[in-house]
Design a protein around this ligand. Structure first.
Ligand code: AMP
Length: 383
C-alpha cells in the first residue's frame, strides 16, 4: 500500500515525498483510513513505529478538506503530549507534513516563559500541541479556549499516567466539546489507561502494532559482563574502536549521565547529556548537536530520552542496565527505527545480573555475550 492509496491530500503527498517516506508503516496503514473516515481511534503503538504521522496525516487531510479560520485563542486540533521533547517533535512533524498547506500551529510546554506561547494563541491556531500542566496554566489565564476543538489526540497515555497527568487531562477533556474526533495512543494498555480511553472515546476502532518485545528482533543485542570499575574504560573503548555511528548511551541517573560525559571528555570523546536537570536551552542545544552530527554521542536518562526523535541512531549502549525490563525494550527501540537495523550493547556488572535475567525473560531471548573490546580492559591487570 502507498500513501496515494490511502487517498491523502496531494499537498500531504508532496510533503511526504519531500520527507523521503515511500511506504506507510503498519500503524499508519491501519490508523489512517479509520481516522480519515472520522472514527475515534485507540492505538497501541510505541514511539518509533511512525505513530505521529498516523494521527497527524489524517488530521491535516481533514483540516485541508474543511479550511476554517480559527477563532482568537482557539485551536481546531489539540494534541496532548507528556513531555516537552515529544511535544516539540509532534509540532515539528505537523509543520513538516503540513508545509504545503496554509497551516497555523504552535506548541506549549513548561520550563519556558508563558508570554510568547500566549501571544501565539491570540490569532487562533489550527493545531495546538501541549503538555497538560502548561495547558492548564494557559486555560487558567484564559489565553487558550478549547470550545472549538474538533479533533483531540492523547499521545503516550501510559507515560502521562507515570507522570501524574491523569487529573489535568480529565480537567482539559471536560472543556472540549463532546462532539469531536478523538485519537488515543499508548505503548501499553494497563487497566487505568483502558478506563481513561473508554471515558474519552466513542465507539473507537482499535489498532495495534506488534508488541515491543518483537520489535527488538531487528536489533542485534549483546551484553558485556564486567566489573563496575571497568565500565568507563570499556565504554571509551567501544566508542573509539568498535561503535562508529550515532550512539545513544543510557544511564540510570542524571548524575551518572553527567559523569559519563565528563569521563568521555577526559578521554577525548565529545559527548553531550540530556536529562531532567538541564534547562530547556541546554537540552535543545544538546539535541541539535546530536541531530546535526556535530556530536555523535548523546548520554541520556530514561525519562529525558522518551520521545526524543532522532533518526539514524545506529547504536544504543546501556551504561547501566535498567531495573524495569520494559525500559530496556524502550531504550533499544531508539535504534532500528522505521525499518533500519540497529545494535544495542549493554554493560552489566555483578549487581545488575538480576536485571539482565528479568530483561531476558521479557524479551524471551538470551542476550549473547560479547567479550570486552580489549584484553586490557577486559581482565583485571595481572599483579
Ligand atoms: P514516531 O513513531 O512517530 O516517533 O516515528 C518514528 C520515526 O519514523 C520518525 O523519525 C519519523 O520521521 C519516521 N517515519 C514515520 N513514518 C515513516 C514512513 N512512512 N517512512 C519512513 N519513515 C517514517
Amino acid at each position: 500500500m502507498s500513501f496515494q492509496d490511502l487517498g491523502l491530500n496531494p499537498k500531504l503527498l508532496k510533503a511526504l515525498d519531500a520527507e523521503g517516506y515511500t511506504t506507510p508503516t503498519p500503524i499508519q496503514s491501519q490508523a489512517i483510513p479509520l481516522a480519515l473516515a472520522g472514527r475515534d481511534v485507540q492505538g497501541i503503538a510505541q514511539t518509533g513505529t511512525g505513530k505521529t504521522a498516523a494521527f497527524a496525516l489524517p488530521i491535516l487531510h481533514r483540516l485541508a478538506a474543511n479550511p476554517k479560520r480559527p477563532a482568537p485563542g482557539c485551536c481546531r486540533v489539540l494534541v496532548l503530549s507528556p513531555t516537552r521533547e515529544l511535544a516539540s517533535q509532534i509540532a515539528d512533524s505537523f509543520r513538516a507534513y503540513g508545509k504545503f498547506m496554509d497551516l497555523r500551529s504552535t506548541v506549549m510546554f513548561g520550563g519556558v516563559p508563558k508570554g510568547k506561547q500566549a501571544r501565539a494563541m491570540q490569532m487562533g491556531v489550527d493545531v495546538l500541541v501541549a503538555t497538560p500542566g502548561r495547558l492548564i496554566d494557559h486555560l487558567q489565564d484564559r489565553a487558550v479556549n478549547l470550545s472549538q476543538v474538533e479533533i483531540l489526540v492523547l499521545d503516550e497515555a501510559d507515560h502521562m499516567l507515570d507522570l501524574g497527568f491523569i487529573v489535568p487531562i480529565r480537567q482539559i477533556v471536560k472543556m472540549i466539546p463532546t462532539e469531536r474526533q478523538t485519537m488515543f495512543f499508548s505503548a501499553t494498555m494497563p487497566k487505568e489507561i483502558g478506563n481513561l480511553a473508554s471515558q474519552m472515546l466513542k465507539n473507537p476502532a482499535h489498532v495495534a502494532v506488534t508488541p515491543v518485545a518483537t520489535t527488538a528482533e531487528r536489533i542485534s543485542q549483546h551484553v558485556i559482563l564486567l566489573d563496575t570499575s571497568h565500565k568507563r574504560s570499556v565504554l571509551c573503548e567501544l566508542l573509539s574502536s568498535v561503535v562508529s555511528g550515532r550512539t545513544l548511551v543510557f544511564t540510570r541517573t542524571k548524575h551518572g549521565a553527567d559523569r559519563v560525559v565528563k569521563q568521555l571528555g577526559e578521554s577525548g570523546l565529545a559527548a553531550v547529556a540530556i536529562h531532567g536537570n538541564k534547562s530547556q536551552g541546554q537540552r535543545e542545544r544538546a539535541l541539535a548537536e546530536f541531530k546535526t552530527g556535530r556530536c555523535r554521542v548523546l548520554v541520556a536518562t530514561d525519562i529525558a530520552a522518551r520521545g526524543i526523535d532522532v533518526d539514524g541512531v545506529s547504536h544504543v549502549i546501556n551504561f547501566d542496565l535498567p531495573n524495569v525490563p520494559e525500559t530496556y525494550v524502550h531504550r533499544i527501540g531508539r535504534t532500528a527505527r522505521a525499518g533500519a537495523d540497529g545494535a544495542a550493547i549493554s554493560l552489566c556488572d555483578g549487581e545488575e545480573r538480576a536485571f539482565l535475567r528479568d530483561i531476558e525473560k521479557v524479551i524471551r531471548m538470551k542476550i549473547p555475550q560479547l567479550p570486552a573490546p580489549t584484553a586490557r580492559v577486559a581482565r583485571p591487570r595481572a599483579a
